[in-house]
Design a protein. Structure first.
Length: 255
């Protein structure tokens, strides 16, 4: 009985140390709290307003037969802002959909490394999207919406702000992991893969549409297995395909 009790105590202590070891050091609690404040409360307000606008539009169109011409435009603008705030909140809470069946079986050290790598990939994707989103916003400023007569750049501004906030969240999480050697190694792997894809441009061009399998089956599969959020896996595959296999301006991804 005494032996069983000591064994149980050791197991509990080991599990507690594992939980403690997994918990990141909150070096940027103020930054994290501020981002939560400026995203979660506006997101909740936007949900209520969005439902109200859509409901008013439906009632006016189908019950009163007097459509609100501005309701669809306003709902579209609010929805984009809501989606971007939701993406920031999900990244901050580590609640983006991802597969952990493989990563969860790795030793704790490797789990931390894959977590750092996933955050680094997220940051790279966001860094690629940011200048294209900014350019798209500048372009859309010249366009006035038909019903509300406001600059469409105000709608796209939500995209830019969301990307910037997610970049801050990803950077904070990487620093909190505290694994500088792992972060450098992950960055080196990302750089090597990018350089290899750049060198393989002629091969991708020769493969034609078959190169789609390399990016949207091979690359996406590896990223999903590595625990990278699925949305960013497909975004990364799209960006790399358009860059290395079918050279196209990346603004089409944002627009």
């Amino acid at each position: 009985m005494a032996g069983e009790g000591s064994t149980l105590t050791e197991a509990i202590d080991a599990s507690q140390s594992l939980v403690t070891e997994r918990r990141p050091i909150r070096q940027f609690a103020a930054v994290d709290g501020f981002i939560g404040f400026i995203t979660e409360i506006p997101a909740a307000i936007l949900v209520v307003v969005e439902v109200g606008v859509l409901f008013a539009g439906v009632v006016a169109r189908y019950a009163l037969n007097r459509p609100l011409l501005w309701s669809d435009e306003l709902a579209e603008t609010l929805f984009l802002w809501l989606v971007m705030f939701g993406a920031v909140i999900a990244l901050r809470r580590s609640e983006h959909m991802r597969m952990t069946a493989i990563v969860g079986r790795l030793p704790l050290r490797w789990q931390r490394w894959t977590s750092t790598t996933a955050l680094l990939v997220v940051g790279v994707v966001l860094l690629i999207l940011l200048p294209n989103a900014k350019d798209y916003m500048v372009t859309q400023y010249a366009i006035l919406t038909p019903a509300m007569h406001v600059h469409d750049a105000y709608r796209v501004l939500g995209l830019v702000i969301g990307i910037v906030l997610m970049l801050i969240v990803a950077g904070v999480r990487i620093v909190e992991e505290g694994d500088r050697r792992g972060a450098v190694g992950a960055l080196a792997i990302v750089a090597v893969v990018g350089a290899a894809m750049a060198l393989a441009r002629p091969a991708f061009a020769a493969l034609g549409n078959f190169s789609l399998a390399i990016f949207f089956l091979g690359l996406v599969g590896v990223c999903v297995a590595a625990g990278i959020p699925i949305a960013f896996c497909f975004t990364l595959a799209t960006l790399t395909y358009l860059t290395f296999a079918a050279p196209t301006t990346l603004s089409v991804v944002v627009g």
